[in-house]
Design a protein around this ligand. Sequence first.
Ligand code: SF4
Length: 409
Amino acid sequence: MTGVHSLLPDGLLTGAASGAEDLSRYLDGGGYGPLPAPDRLLGLIDAAGLRGRGGAGFPAAVKLRSVRDAPGPPVVVANGEEGEPGSVKDRWLLRHRPHVVLDGLRLAAAVTGAARGWVYLSDGPAEQAVRQALAEWPHDLRVDVVRTEPTYVAGEETAAVRRIDGGPALPTAKPPRPFESGVGGAPTLVANVETLARIALIHSRPDSAAAVAGAHLVTLSGGADSAVALVEAPAGTHLKVLADLCGHGTAAAVLLGGLFGGLYGEGWTDLPLDHDGLIAAGGALGCGALHFLSARDCPVAAATEAVAYLAAQSARQCGVCVSGTRALAGTLESVGCGEAGHEAVEKLHRWARQLPGRGACGLLDAAARTVGTLLAHFPDRVDAHRRTVCPDCDGDVPEDGRRFTVPVP
Ligand code: SF4
């Protein structure tokens, strides 16, 4: 199965899927309702348990409250720059449903008290759809669009702030976090566009708030034909259900969260689509992108390609990231080519434990998690690569991450 689908009875975000939804269609669907009392909406978001959809899964209500309570007039940013090559949900949302994102931005501004907003993105068709929606937007909040070059780290929240302020789209060290000092030094809410869209739906469907908050937009890819499906699924859906939908039910492994959540082998079918369940299993949901590997896809080659891609995408600001990703990629490649001894595998184990949390953004964590989960789930395949030529990958591993890069359906 390819294209856009929903496993929810009334197709929340993927319901209106053909062309960009214009203002009249959005209003007909109940959008842009009267502004609520800010505390009431914040309470609804909190009670529904909405978590951010950019990757970290931070509680949305906590983030909104932090910006609202910080000293100084706040601003809000809709972050549509999805750096994960295997994710398309944010670009799809902006291209097809710009008004639901803008409605969420308007509501986030109301909750935090912001009088200024930005939409931050890199996708040309998405920019066109957002500008068209803003041209017919019936609200006072001033919203500007800032377009950046797409890179793995450009969507990180401090990179978004820096780029909107006219600098490069590169992360900065934290603290300060954007809620303390963001765009122009103001307390800034940087919220993923799916998070904002879910805030708009919680406002328009308060009786279904928990179902809205729990659902996820998931990008599914993999296999020889690289078919891509965008699916909206309820919280807790087993990954096997999602894999069956797109013909990957017999996959041998899955890469979780784009390149952020690690590689999972035996037992992946029982994993649930939710942040805490995947973290408990040693992975991470991240942006919700899942890339399936068939029995003929070598997991060592896939991990090597992922780490090489991440090393190439390092923004080269943190010494530990530059040296760490390069060492992980180089050592993994030598293991994959059968040129490494046992001590190389020992080093990979050590780095996978020591490196997470030491960069300014999540790129180094992603590389370390990919290596750590490969070693944990496929020790025999790693060991076999040190002794014989792998019949599946033949030791030939591209470094450009091409297999993970998917088009918007
Ligand atoms: S961890 Fe790496 S990618 Fe992230 S800011 Fe530091 S150097 Fe850049």
